[in-house]
Each structure stands twice: as structure tokens, then as C-alpha cells.
Design a protein around this ligand. Sequence first.
Ligand code: NAP
Length: 313
Amino acid sequence: MKAAVINQYGQVRDVVRVTDVPVPALGPRDVLIQVHAAGVNPVDHLIVKGFMATGQPAQPQIIGNEIAGVVTAVGDEANRFSVGDQVFARVDPRVGGAFAEYAAVDQSLIATKPSALSYTEAASLPLVALTAWQALTEQADVKAGTRVLIHGGAGGVGSMAVQIAKHLGAEVVATAGGDSVELVRALGADRIVNYKTEKFEQVVSDLDVVFDTIGGETQERSFQVLKPGGTLVSIVPIPDAEAKKAQWGVEARSFLMRPHGEQLTKIAAMTESGHLRPILETVYQLAETADALLKVERGGARGKTVIEVQHTS
Ligand SMILES: NC(=O)c1ccc[n+]([C@@H]2O[C@H](COP(=O)([O-])OP(=O)(O)OC[C@H]3O[C@@H](n4cnc5c(N)ncnc54)[C@H](OP(=O)(O)O)[C@@H]3O)[C@@H](O)[C@H]2O)c1
């Protein structure tokens, strides 16, 4: 089968190759998925460069972290899905393997693809929607009436977080820049702060939760807009977290998302009920994997980049 592979860490153009490799072996609880589309995330180019080397599979390594496709075989102990089922998944980060014609995925990580979504749309969801769900419901307790600020509202994670927070009944302020403002408004944010022309700390205060997808000075300035006892949740590191918690009298935690088939089923239900829609920006073909990774590396995302995988037989 064709797959996007790295044999060593390095710059995307130097090390990412689309080449022929064996179809992955099926473990007893695995499902073999014929991949129709795979979402691209910042973590993918970080893996290529070796910045996420901990827990990565041996090389040559098939890269990519989320897929949508059709089940073509099941392991001896895999009983949740059948051949022909249309599914999607955030794959095991220790395995990767999404930018390929086939991927073997533990059945516990998989959910049924929402029937109204194309494979390309469905493949854009798992990593970012699970990240947003876990941030808002596990790391913070966002519910009806919670006042939350979401940074990077037009990005992959932020565009999910705005919609999920609104679905949970929160009052949502989101930051975005330039022409992203209209996109974030359409996602349902109550107030958008154009971070290129406004300072969010001059506009909002006394918030229950800040969801930080940006880090750096955006994160630094976020502590002051929380009410005492509020929570800053970040998906990038928080330097000196303990000192900042003490200084501002708030909670502050950074976390790594994890794959989760059951939560993905809830996310599928949100799309079926019209509360969550995928935001696609650019679509590439498997042969263009390096271009897709470089697009995501450049930043300025308005939703997601997805790689489509064509099958000749
Ligand atoms: N810990 C975890 O489990 C986890 C999970 C997923 C992602 N992540 C990390 O989280 C980060 C975001 O991921 P993503 O997939 O959402 O990235 P993304 O799709 O590239 O989105 C980032 C968004 O932030 C905007 N932005 C940049 N600077 C900003 C600022 N100062 N204020 C407000 N918005 C700003 C960007 O657009 P403009 O530049 O045009 O403004 C873009 O829309 C990445 O670093 C990723 O590696 C971590």
C-alpha cells in the first residue's frame, strides 16, 4: 500500500516520502480501516521534526494521527465493528499510521462515522474535537452559564471548542485575527476579540475559564482575566504554573489529549444533531502529504487541513 513515511527526523521536505509499504499487521483487538481521508494537525509536523519523539514507533514510521474510512477486516477479539462499517478515529499516538491506504486501529479508539458527513469532513474531527471536549468537560467544568474565553477560535481546536462550549450552554468569548473573525462569529461565539486590533484583557474580566490554544504572551496575559478560583486550561506548556496559580489565585493546567472511541461517539452525535460542524480549509491528496504538513506548519489556520486517500482497487 502507499503511505507517507519517515526514516529519520528532519525538515518536512527532506524526510517525508510517500512510498510502498506493507499493509499493517492486525492485532487481536484491532480493526483494519481502508483510509479514505486523514486529518492533519500541528503535532504531525512536530513529530516529523523529532519534537515529539517520546513514545513514537520505530522507523520507518507511517505518520498521521486521525482517519475516516471503511472497515475491511477485524482482529480475532475485535467485536465492536464489522467489515463494511464506516468509521473514524484518533489513532493511538504511539502507533500513528493515518497517512496511508490502510491503518490498523484498536477498536476502543473508533466510532461510527456520522452518516451526514463525508469521509473528508469526518477525518477533520477526531483529534481537535476530542481535545476541545476533554479541555472543556474534563479539565474545566464548562456548563450552562460558564463564562469562557477561547483563544485561537478559528484554529483546528478552537473552532471545535467554540461550538462545543456553546452546545454546553456557556457564554463564549473567542480571540481570532483578521478575516477569521467572521468565521468565529458564524460558529456561535457571543463576542469575538480581534487579537490583531484589540487587547482581550481590556475587553473581558472575571471569567470562569480560559482555554488557551496559543501559549506565550497570550497565555501570560490570560491569568488577569480570570476571576479568583477560575481555571486556565492549556494544550501548550504553562511555564511556572505553580507560581502563577499562587499569584493569581486560580487553577492552571496543561494536558495532552487522548484517543477515546466513546467520547468520539458523543462528538458524532453532536454533528448529527447540528451542534457541531467540521470546518475544512484545504484538501490535499496522499501524494501531497509534505505540502499538507507545510501548510499546517505555516499557521494561520481557518479550520482543518485534510489529506484524501484514493483507492484504485
Ligand atoms: N496538548 C494537546 O493534547 C494538543 C492537542 C491539539 C493541539 N495541540 C497544540 O495546540 C496548538 C493549537 O492547535 P490547532 O490544531 O488548533 O492549531 P491551528 O489549527 O494552527 O490553529 C491555531 C489558530 O490560532 C490563531 N492564532 C495565532 N496566534 C493567535 C493569537 N495570538 N491569538 C488568537 N489566535 C491566534 C491562528 O490563526 P492566525 O495566525 O491567522 O491568527 C490559528 O487560527 C498547537 O500548538 C498544537 O500543537 C495540543
